[in-house]
Structures are given as structure tokens and as C-alpha cells.
Design a protein around this ligand. Structure first.
Ligand code: FAD
Length: 480
């Protein structure tokens, strides 16, 4: 449950329109996962020829209804909307926020503003596709044109690259070969001025303080913060990304994922700027951005991959009720497997964890515990600030072996992985303070301690024997 004011009680504050003022040449820009002013094709197109623009964000009631409105994302979103409003005000404009059904709200705002066109970014989820289709029909009926822009939320548009006789790439490596050669559009400047017609009212902007249940270490949102992080990343971290990105304790990744999710940063701009920085670190970083586009083109072509196996392995996952205790222990970071617990505790504390931590947590749940990937994906979506249908569901499927991984039966051994990616144990000690006094890699196998040292540990025994888990998974996949 995410306490927030119900939509029907939202107050709309109307800026009065001077009687009889002409409101010709007005565009509405529906902002969704593109909460920025820099490199924003829909906004630039909407402003073309000095038109007035209503920058509109609709708090979609279906997103709440389907449980997708997690506290961490609502708090980050509130930061983004406030920052966007501030950026628009610096340019003479303002943000208009409404709640409800996006189609009804956009049509209502277009009518109030006497707009003759609406611009928005293309997106990939089934929900987004439905929204676009409904919006197109409803606006057409009102004589308003809908313009949907590509390369706003991806660097390369989904569907722009396809293998012969197929509608999407199912394997990353060949996709990436084509993706890397694809010419990108240029980066667009933020507009200097935005004129918003009077008379179009907005609800009060949400605030982070109004959201309950937010992770204490949640990062700050907003375009200004995103650009600050990007500049710092390009000045420093990116250089060593190729070598350091898997080092759990080093925390040497960009942490730009929430900004990409909410679109406070543009993927096209990121690719251009990383390429300009150059070097192996930047190349490795650009490759990860391609993974993001890859998952989006998969989801665009197979929207049901959000909930159904992309490639079935005929799994009969353990019933959730049977595994209830283990699922709870996994979610709360007390499986007795330190590196998995560390990742889950970081996730709960920050609403974010390292990619390697996500992989280890997902492998442990789906393969060692043999629990359905959808259970883990749902729990991640409840917590992740970057929680994203394409990236979350398809990464879960990748790890579960029901997705695009070409080695679907691989099982990550959490001890071997911890020794490799957290060799000194610093990541585990940071997040599992009960083990903080253990030195070096012994922190990864506390069950090996003997006598009083083990008895004194306030940390659970492993909820599963790793080799039993492996044997169960292999038997289930008929790999024995
Ligand atoms: C089980 C699981 C669930 C995940 N859920 C999400 C999610 O909901 N949202 C999300 O954005 N990422 C998700 N990822 C991918 C990845 O873990 C995060 O994007 C990354 O950890 C974010 O940190 P960063 O910004 O520092 O990444 P960096 O390493 O700095 O990478 C730069 C950017 O590249 C993209 N990227 C990196 N790795 C991947 C990947 N494996 N797949 C797709 N894009 C990638 C992200 O947009 C990221 O911000 C998930 C991975 C796993 C294994």
C-alpha cells in the first residue's frame, strides 16, 4: 500500500485565462518516462515555430491499480517532477500535473488549451502500447493529431534493427553488432523558453516527503541531479568501468539506471557522450546501454514476456506456499548465504543494488531454491527505484533460463562468485554487520567456522544446501 491522496480528491489549481485571449497553435507534450528538458525530441517538435506548449504529466491510476507504484519510485518521481517544474519555470513555463486515466486527461487538457497536436515518446510495454492506441483514437475523434517520437527512451528505436525474416533479435551479440553500427540522431539542446498557455490548471506537485515506506538510502531524483551524476561519471568512473564494473565492494558502476528509467537522462545523449570520452571503459559502458535497448526491442515484439516465459523450459516451479519461508528469508536478506543477503539488504536500504548482486540473488531464488522468476521479479519491482518492466522482467528471465540467455541452465555458485567479485569480503561486511568481525573471504562461508566462534554468530545457517539446490534444479531441467 502506498499512501497518497486519492485521485478524486486532487485539487486542480487553475491559472485564470484572460477573457477572450486567443489560444491558437498550442501543443500538449505528454511526459511519461522522459522527465527532462535536454535532448527531448517531443518537446522540441512541440515548440517548433514558437508554439505554446502544455508540458503534461499524468499520474496514471492504472499504474497504482496494478501495484506498480512502489514507494521508492514514487519518491524519485516526485523529485523528478519538482525538478522538471523548476526547469520549466526558469524558461518561463511550468509543469501541469493531473491524475487519472491518461487518455481522458490528455483529451481534457488538449480541449482546455485548444491544442491541435499532442506529442509523446514511444514506449514498449503492453500498457504503453495500449495507451498510445487509445490516445490516438480518442484524439483523432477530437481532430487532434498525435505525434509519437522514437529515440526518446532508447538510443536505437525498437524494431529499427531486425534479423532476416524476424521481428526482433533474440540474442544480444548479433543485436549489438548491428546496434553499434547504427547512426544515431544528434543531441538536442534544452529549449531556451517555454510558453505555457494560461488557464490550464495543475494539481499540486507530489513531494518525496509525502511518500511512506521509502528506503532510507534512496538516491535523489531529477534532471539536475542526473546531469550532475553524468558529468561526474564522464570525468571519472567511466575510465575504469571495463575493469571495475563487477567489483561488488568497489561500487564502480554509473548508478544512472534510475535516471534512465525516469528519462531524466537521454540514452542517445549518453551514448554520444560516452563515445566522445572514448577508451575501453566507455566502450564497455555503451555496451550496457545496448543491453537496455536490446531488452526493449524484445519486449516491444513480445509484450507478454513481462509475465510469460519467453522460452519455456517446461518448469514446474515449487509452489509459492511450499517455499514461503525461503522466499521470505530471501526477501529479508537472511538466507544464510552472505553475498545474497548483502545484495538483498542493499536493495532494501537503497532501492538499488549492483548488477552482480541482482544476478546472484536471482540465480539463488530461481535455480538454487527453484522458485518461479515471477515471484522474484515482483519483489524486485516492489523495491527497485529503477524497476522497469523491460529490464527487470527480461533480466529475471535471463537468469531463470527462460529468457534470452544462450546457456539457460547455468547456475551461479554464490560462494565461488563471492570469492571472485568480493575477494576481500568488504561488500558482505558492509551490508551484513553480524559478520563484520570476520576477516577476508571467510566471511563468505560462515558455516565453516567451528565451535564457539560459530556458536557466537548471530547469523542464520544456510536455508538450503547449495549442492542439494543444484541437484534439484538439474533434475527439474532433466540435466542429471
Ligand atoms: C535480476 C535483475 C533485475 C534487474 N532489474 C532491472 C531493472 O528493473 N531496471 C534496470 O534498469 N536494470 C535492471 N537490471 C539490470 C542492471 O542490473 C541494472 O541496470 C544496473 O545494475 C544499474 O546500475 P548502473 O546504472 O550503475 O549500471 P551500469 O553498469 O553503470 O550500466 C549503465 C546502464 O546500462 C544499463 N544496463 C546495465 N546492465 C544492464 C542489463 N543487464 N540489462 C539491461 N540494461 C542494463 C542500465 O540502464 C544502466 O543504468 C536487472 C538485472 C538483473 C540481473
Amino acid at each position: 500500500m502506498h499512501p497518497h491522496t486519492p485521485h478524486d480528491r486532487k485539487q486542480i489549481i487553475v491559472t485564470p485565462s484572460p477573457a477572450g485571449s486567443p489560444t491558437m497553435n498550442v501543443s500538449v507534450v505528454l511526459l511519461t518516462s522522459d522527465l527532462r528538458l535536454h535532448d527531448h525530441p517531443p518537446l522540441r517538435a512541440a515548440l517548433g515555430g514558437s508554439r505554446q506548449v502544455v508540458p503534461l504529466f499524468v499520474r496514471d491510476r492504472d499504474v497504482d491499480r496494478t501495484g506498480f507504484a512502489a514507494a521508492n519510485r514514487l519518491a524519485f518521481l516526485a523529485d523528478c517532477l519538482r525538478d522538471l517544474d523548476a526547469g520549466l519555470r526558469e524558461r518561463g513555463g511550468r509543469l501541469v500535473v493531473r491524475s487519472g486515466d491518461p487518455v481522458e486527461q490528455v483529451c481534457g487538457v488538449a480541449a482546455e488549451a485548444e491544442a491541435d497536436e499532442v506529442h509523446m515518446a514511444a514506449d514498449v510495454s503492453a500498457h504503453a502500447i495500449r495507451r498510445e492506441e487509445r490516445l490516438r483514437r480518442a484524439l483523432e475523434a477530437e481532430g487532434v493529431r498525435l505525434h509519437v517520437h522514437d529515440t526518446v527512451t532508447t538510443a536505437v528505436a525498437p524494431g529499427a534493427l531486425t534479423p532476416a525474416a524476424k521481428d526482433h533479435f533474440a540474442v544480444f551479440t548479433p543485436y549489438f553488432r548491428h546496434w553499434a553500427r547504427q547512426p544515431l540522431r544528434g543531441v538536442l539542446d534544452a529549449p531556451e523558453a517555454v510558453r505555457v498557455p494560461e488557464g490550464v490548471g495543475s494539481e499540486e506537485l507530489p513531494s518525496r516527503a509525502g511518500v511512506a515506506g521509502v528506503s532510507p538510502g534512496l538516491a535523489r531524483g531529477g534532471e539536475a541531479e542526473g546531469r550532475r551524476r553524468l558529468a561526474a561519471w564522464l570525468r571519472g568512473g567511466i575510465t575504469a568501468y571495463d575493469k571495475g564494473h563487477d567489483d561488488l565492494a568497489g561500487d564502480a558502476t554509473s548508478r544512472l539506471s534510475p535516471h534512465l528509467h525516469f528519462g531524466t537522462l537521454a540514452p542517445v545523449e549518453l551514448v554520444h557522450r560516452a563515445r566522445a570520452a572514448g577508451g575501453p571503459g566507455a566502450e564497455a559502458f555503451v555496451r550496457q546501454l545496448a543491453w537496455r535497448d536490446f531488452h526493449r526491442q524484445v519486449l516491444r515484439a513480445r509484450p507478454d514476456a513481462a509475465h510469460a516465459d519467453y522460452r519455456t523450459r517446461h518448469d514446474h516451479w515449487r509452489p509459492e506456499r511450499e517455499a514461503e519461508e525461503e522466499i521470505r528469508a530471501w526477501r529479508e536478506g537472511r538466507t544464510g548465504c552472505p553475498v545474497v543477503d548483502a545484495a538483498m539488504r542493499q536493495l532494501r536500504h537503497e532501492g538499488w543494488t549492483h548488477n552482480r548482486g541482482r544476478l546472484l540473488a536471482a540465480s539463488f531464488l530461481t535455480k538454487t531454491l527453484y522458485v518461479d522468476w515471477r515471484v522474484g521479479a515482483r519483489i524486485f519491482l516492489d523495491l527497485l527505484v529503477d524497476g522497469d518492466v523491460a529490464n527487470n522482467q527480461l533480466n529475471w528471465q535471463w537468469m531463470a533460463g527462460t529468457g534470452t540467455d544462450t546457456r539457460p541452465n547455468r547456475v551461479l555458485n554464490p560462494v565461488a562468485q563471492a570469492r571472485r567479485y568480493d575477494p576481500d569480503g568488504a561488500f558482505v561486511r558492509r551490508w551484513v554487520p553480524e559478520l563484520g568481525h570476520l576477516t577476508g573471504p571467510q566471511v563468505h562461508e560462515p558455516w565453516k567456522l567451528r565451535g564457539p566462534e560459530r556458536a557466537a554468530l548471530d547469523y542464520p545457517d544456510p536455508i538450503v544446501d547449495l549442492s542439494d539446490g543444484l541437484a534439484r534444479f538439474r533434475a527439474a531441467r532433466k540435466r542429471t
